[in-house]
Design a protein around this ligand. Structure first.
Ligand code: GLU
Length: 505
């Protein structure tokens, strides 16, 4: 086969929020395109008007923007193969439907939904195919003239693909190898509906992949059953030489590995299955990775490893690493368990490795929500002191960090840490420490450390835990010098005096 330029596409139908599995599909297309110097197309498959959901397209676009998955051409971008929204390509499809009709590879059918339902009820496992099409109301039973007359009389019709029985169909799948089926199992799929003048998914998808010179179709496993029909369509059009190569990605499975991942699993176990929060017209709200506090880089890394791995121990992989290492042929055939706990781990790893200043805005937002206004520098400083503690999200910081911004409300021996560390004589020791600190002109960590470490050594006093009681009110927080330097001398001394006054001498 001749070497073609790598052109892949992500082609969602705007029927609701994009599922996390769809995001993984887009990501694999992105990685594949980038590592081969190819192009990634963003096409909107909106020919099923009954399933169209307003806002879905905008949602999908925003999700990819957040995730850093970019497209080279398509809806909202442009390119030489447009328009890229299928509802804007109506005229193009008509031509190809006519081509199939003229060559006898498709036929017109008038069966109403009621007639089809009646048939399905009376014939067990009814399938519209070579065995049954002779009993139905279509061009083959009515003849061309009558068909033409009915069309002109305005009767609604569909165009069906005429699947010939007894043919072996081989789908060459990069991940699954050769998938063989007999054409007999396929039905005469509807390709076009006169009611809305629109093609169905199958026709539009094939015509567009052909016209847009798509070289590889990388999509979810749920589309594998459609692939034999697609191969037949390529044959019917005479396009087999330029037929794209297929790769059907493994399903995402429930966290316990039993069955397909669903939105309900997310609700039940408390993790999102959508990239962004989604507000349905019926008032339903679906949680999103963005709003739940995940970093987009962590989501990308986590998703990339669901169904593929580099074959080494390395787990933290940037987008550049992924582009370099990704191997479509090494994707697994079997489903990938959606281990959301691993997703939390990834987020934590990325939090730790993201510069504090970059995390500050998100933390500031949480502080504001708790009535605390501070500078980006101070927010970043707290993030830096605390992010190594056991947190998965920036939001986890707040309950661990209140004391940086507000003095303890009360000092009490009811607190276990206080009771354990505030003994007879402690108040006097804290008074001595306060005096030492007061004498410092430079209140930096280094300056405090030099003076206080020496003082503790000389006197044998171990001031750390009681000092923590003074500044925090209990046994949490960062290194004491760091905390005191952050609070500044005045606030440090104020809290120490408050503790000394409140707790027993
Ligand atoms: N419109 C289909 C979807 O919603 C595209 C499937 C394909 O990639 O062929 O996923």
């Amino acid at each position: 086969m001749t070497q073609r330029k790598t052109r892949v596409r992500f082609a969602p139908s705007p029927t609701g929020p994009l599922h996390i599995g769809g995001v993984r599909t887009a990501l694999y297309n992105y990685l594949f395109a980038h590592q081969r110097g190819g192009e990634l197309i963003f096409r909107i498959e909106d020919t099923d008007s009954t399933r169209f959901v307003p806002g879905a397209e905008a949602y999908i676009t925003e999700a990819f923007k957040w995730l850093g998955i970019t497209f080279d051409e398509g809806v909202g971008i442009g390119g030489n193969y447009g328009p890229y929204r299928q509802s804007e390509r109506k005229d193009i499809y008509v031509k190809y439907v006519d081509q199939l009709l003229e060559s006898g590879k498709a036929y017109v059918a008038f069966d109403t939904p009621e007639e089809l339902n009646a048939k399905r009820e009376s014939v067990k496992n009814f399938q519209y195919d070579a065995h049954t099409r002779g009993e139905m109301r279509n061009q083959l039973t009515l003849g061309d003239e009558e068909t033409q007359r009915l069309i002109e009389a305005g009767e609604k019709y569909v165009v069906r693909f005429k699947v010939e029985p007894g043919e072996e169909i081989v789908v060459h799948d990069i991940i699954r190898g050769e998938v063989k089926v007999m054409s007999d199992i396929l039905d005469d799929k509807v390709l076009y509906k006169s009611a809305d003048n629109l093609p169905t998914y199958h026709l539009a998808n094939i015509v567009d992949d052909h016209l847009m010179e798509v070289s590889h179709v990388i999509r979810g496993e749920e589309w594998l059953p459609s692939a034999p029909l697609h191969v037949l369509l390529y044959r019917a059009f005479g396009w087999t030489d330029t037929m794209p190569e297929f790769a059907h990605l493994p399903l995402l499975l429930k966290p316990d590995g039993k069955g397909k991942l669903s939105k309900r699993d997310g609700d039940r176990l408390g993790f999102p299955v959508f990239p962004l929060e989604w507000h349905g017209a019926d008032g339903t709200v679906c949680s999103g990775y963005r709003e739940s506090g995940y970093l987009p880089e962590a989501v990308i890394n986590f998703l990339a490893l669901l169904g593929w791995n580099p074959g080494t121990e390395q787990e933290i992989l940037s987008m550049d690493d992924l582009v370099r290492l990704f191997d479509l042929e090494k994707c697994s055939k079997s489903g990938a368990r959606f281990d959301y706990v691993k997703g939390l781990w990834f987020n934590r790893e990325y939090l730790i490795n993201t510069p504090d200043a970059q995390l500050a805005p998100a933390f500031m937002q949480i502080l504001e929500g708790n009535g605390i206004h501070t500078t980006a520098e101070r927010a970043a400083a707290v993030v830096g002191m605390m992010k190594m503690k056991k947190i998965n999200f920036i939001a986890d910081l707040w309950p661990m960090c209140d004391f940086f911004f507000t003095a303890p409300e009360a000092y009490t021996m009811d607190d276990k840490f206080t009771r354990k560390n505030w003994k007879e004589g402690t108040a006097a020791e804290m008074q001595a420490l306060a005096q030492k600190l007061d004498g410092l002109n430079d209140f930096s960590v280094e300056s405090q450390k030099a003076v206080i470490d020496a003082w503790a050594e000389a006197t044998g006093i171990k001031p750390w835990n009681p000092w923590r009681v003074c500044l925090v009110g209990t046994g949490k927080g960062p290194d004491m010098y760091e905390l005191a330097a952050f609070l500044g001398k005045d606030e440090t001394l104020r809290r120490m005096q408050a503790a000394i006054a409140a707790l027993p001498a």
